[in-house]
Design a protein around this ligand. Structure first.
Ligand code: NDP
Ligand code: OXD
Length: 309
């Protein structure tokens, strides 16, 4: 039995090294030079080519090297009978919080507005905005959203959250399901999307949603580019309804040169780096899952394929 790493837009060597440091006895290979594919039982993937799993006759499980698995579900030939795992780690959650907190504090201290004033050499103190006066709305209260929500409270923000099923998170006003989306949005001055990409969530950041946010709200998408209807965001910014947006994920990555987002000074762009998997943090759970696979035991962090996350 062996593991293969099928990674594009991510360095497979760093995963290989991290696995080698804690489990040198494992047979870990890197696609496309992974030898006899019949020997592979666990495929660790990041954006693999579609149809690739057909080459592995004895595959027992597929692992996403990130938190999301949407790129796997896009493959019509994904073997439906195999378990799919993903990465869940304190490091991913903390790193996402660091990103979210930077955005939230920037919004609160109005650095985006000062940047505009600076362009015109304008020295103009704006009315102060305290963290305690800002309500942050988190869409998705899973591994990342829950952690981020609780930590934002510690910074002094008011926090509301929205998820599919109802939640009880101390200090966070929780809303659930489509019926409670509107009241959640009505309270949200700064919206963070931390939803998985599924049929139900694709295109959820659209005009109808934006107009339910209060005037001057700010939107941050750290989930997937397909959550956002791009023209609707440009409209909401141009109309002045939204103050600004920070986008870490895009329908096409890297964002093409000619994309209008580059030229929009109300949008801050980061290159899908909000929270990357650190190989050292991910390696222990990968090894644990491989050992479980060898012993036919249930895997950690298995995704519910019916739900799509
Ligand atoms: P989880 O699967 O742990 O949590 C998903 C949350 O979304 C759950 O609370 C779930 O509700 C909720 N949800 C799912 N569908 C719906 C729906 N239709 N309506 C309302 N709520 C819904 O995911 P993670 O927290 O681990 O990660 C979230 C996403 O963040 C990933 O899928 C990935 O796309 C993105 N990500 C981005 C990174 C970056 O660097 N930009 C890094 C890591 C992740 P319930 O609890 O009721 O099931
Ligand atoms: C992930 C990501 O899903 O980096 O982990 O987007």
């Amino acid at each position: 039995m062996a593991i293969t790493i099928i990674a594009r837009h991510m360095d497979p060597q760093t995963i290989l090294q991290a696995l080698g440091q804690i489990a040198p006895q494992l047979d870990v290979r890197i696609w496309p030079d992974d030898g006899d594919t019949d020997e592979i039982s666990y495929a660790l993937c990041w954006k693999p080519p579609q149809g690739i799993f057909q080459q592995y006759a004895n595959l027992k499980a597929i692992g996403s090297l990130g938190a999301g698995i949407d790129f796997l579900l896009k493959d019509p030939q994904l073997p439906a009978h195999l378990p799919v795992t993903r990465i869940v780690s304190q490091q991913l959650a903390q790193s996402m919080f660091d990103y979210v907190a930077s955005c939230a504090l920037n919004y609160c201290r109005q650095f985006d507005l000062y940047r505009k004033l600076q362009q015109d050499n304008l020295w103009r103190p704006l009315p102060p905005l305290l963290c305690s006066e800002v309500t942050i709305g988190i869409m998705g209260l899973g591994e990342l959203g829950r952690f981020v929500a609780s930590k934002l409270l510690q910074l002094g923000f008011k926090v509301v959250g929205w998820s599919r099923s109802s939640k009880d998170i101390s200090g966070v006003e929780c809303y659930a399901a489509d019926a409670q989306l509107s009241p959640f949005l009505a309270k949200t001055q700064m919206l963070f999307c931390l939803l998985p990409l599924t049929d139900a969530t694709e295109g959820i950041l659209n005009r109808e949603l934006f107009i339910q946010l209060p005037q001057g709200a700010y939107v941050v998408n750290v989930a997937r580019g397909e959550h956002l209807i791009e023209q609707d965001l440009l409209w909401a910014l141009k109309s002045g309804h939204l103050r600004g947006a920070t986008l870490d994920v895009f329908r096409q990555e890297p964002l093409p040169d000619e994309h209008p987002f580059w030229q929009c000074d109300q949008i801050t762009i980061t290159p899908h780096c909000a929270s990357a998997t650190y190989p050292q943090a991910a390696a222990p759970q990968i090894v644990e899952n491989y050992l479980r696979l060898c012993q036919n035991q249930p895997l950690l962090y298995q995704v519910n394929l019916k739900n799509g996350y």
